[in-house]
Design a protein around this ligand. Structure first.
Ligand SMILES: [Zn+2]
Length: 265
């Protein structure tokens, strides 16, 4: 069975940006995996860090179960995702265990460092999968397998300097939107937190808006997730695009993005 893993920074990031694509891969017969590098420890105005960690671990595990994904434990506290050897060795062990053909992670340019550092750690952990002289924690043998990395849309669909980010490809998530919503609803503690800190009425409605906005960008789909493929160098063949192969009509290339790649922006 082919395997895909989503690696995001915080509990609920996967549900906002990646869960629709994961669900469609699951329906296409793939085994799917769910991991957030940080444990959500700062996501409360009511509970201390230890209580918040415990609450959010339960919420995340429940959300992964709703998606039908294998749950992997987080590595560090919120705001402590640093590009460092310790998390790199642990994340590389996960990649070697899961042996994914598809890796979904954050955009290299995003609104905050936890997201960008998760992206950097994930890319290097994937790069190190076959390097026998790179020790993972726990120790796992190097694997000889190709994989393709896809970057999700940044939070707010813009980079940290407010520039709009255009996806390379769209995935039509309309058929699984209700399950994506159900998984997001498992993060109950977050409604309270986001209401208090960001003035959002409902994080479920925020996800609906985001998904519709990307759908509108596609010019075709009601709900969509957007992705950009990482360079193939060190990972797979240049023409490899396993999302295209797995999702068929639910996948649509942004031809304008492809033309700009050839010309340079
Ligand atoms: Zn996040």
């Amino acid at each position: 069975m082919k395997t895909a893993i989503a690696i995001a920074a915080h509990p609920d990031d996967i549900e906002f940006y990646m869960a629709g694509t994961l669900l469609l891969l699951k329906r296409a017969g793939w085994e799917i995996h769910y991991m957030t590098v940080a444990n959500g420890s700062c996501g409360s105005v009511r509970y201390d860090a230890a209580q918040t960690r415990a609450i959010r671990r339960k919420e995340s595990a429940r959300a992964a179960a709703v998606l039908g994904a294998h749950y992997h434990s987080s590595l560090v506290n919120d705001l402590e995702i640093l590009y460092d050897l310790k998390p790199l060795r642990r994340l590389a062990a996960v990649i070697r265990e899961v042996k994914p053909s598809i890796v979904l992670t954050h955009s290299p340019q995003d609104y905050m460092e936890d997201h960008e550092n998760t992206c950097r750690l994930t890319v290097t952990a994937a790069f190190a999968r076959g390097m026998r002289n790179f020790a993972t924690q726990p120790s796992r043998p190097a694997i000889d397998a190709q994989l393709t990395i896809y970057h999700a849309m940044p939070h707010g669909l813009c980079d940290g300097l407010r520039c709009r980010v255009a996806p390379e490809l769209y995935v039509n998530t309309a058929s699984v939107h209700v399950f994506k919503r159900e998984a997001l609803a498992c993060h109950r503690s977050q409604k309270e937190w986001l209401d208090a800190t960001q003035g959002m009425d409902s994080y479920l409605i925020a996800m609906d808006h985001l998904s519709r906005a990307v759908g509108q960008m596609s010019g075709r789909f009601k709900h969509a997730e957007g992705w950009r493929r990482h360079s193939h160098l060190g990972f797979c063949e240049e023409e490899d695009d396993p999302l295209r192969d797995a999702l068929g009509r639910r996948y649509r290339v942004n031809t304008r993005f492809e033309r700009l790649l050839d010309r340079g922006f």
